[in-house]
Design a protein. Structure first.
Length: 130
């Protein structure tokens, strides 16, 4: 996460929050990712499953985001690690990009540190129905 910007508010369903909390705790061996995901979960607003907005990035939801440095737009599905498939554009929530995107709504941007320690900024441009 950026040292210079306050992260945007995020919203996560109760079911995703519980499973992601367990996953993050079990991922302590992944440098920075487990801790970063736990931090995101700690600051999230938790809502009942049916109350999560259709424009919010959730697990197994397809979304489109823009990399603000390159201007490149990508359409991906955010998945649990066992379902990751880079060729099919399914990215794990246990990657810096995945952990940064969870809970954001369309139109929100977030800055975070990638695996090299470089700051990146992504903006969610839209989500797609499950």
């Amino acid at each position: 996460m950026s040292r210079h910007a306050t992260p945007p508010p995020i919203t996560i369903s109760e079911a995703d929050h519980e499973r992601l909390s367990n996953l993050a705790l079990a991922s302590a061996h992944l440098p920075g990712i487990g801790d970063y995901l736990l931090g995101e979960l700690d600051r999230a607003t938790i809502v009942p499953e049916g109350s999560l907005g259709a424009d919010v990035v959730a697990m197994n939801r397809e979304l489109e985001y823009r990399d603000e440095a390159s201007g490149e737009t990508r359409r991906v599905t955010l998945v649990y690690p066992e379902a990751q498939d880079i060729a099919a554009w399914k990215i794990s929530v246990l990657t810096p990009v995945g952990a940064a995107l969870i809970g954001l709504a369309a139109g929100q941007s977030i800055a975070f540190a990638d695996r090299k320690g470089d700051e990146r900024r992504l903006t969610v441009t839209r989500t797609f129905a499950r």
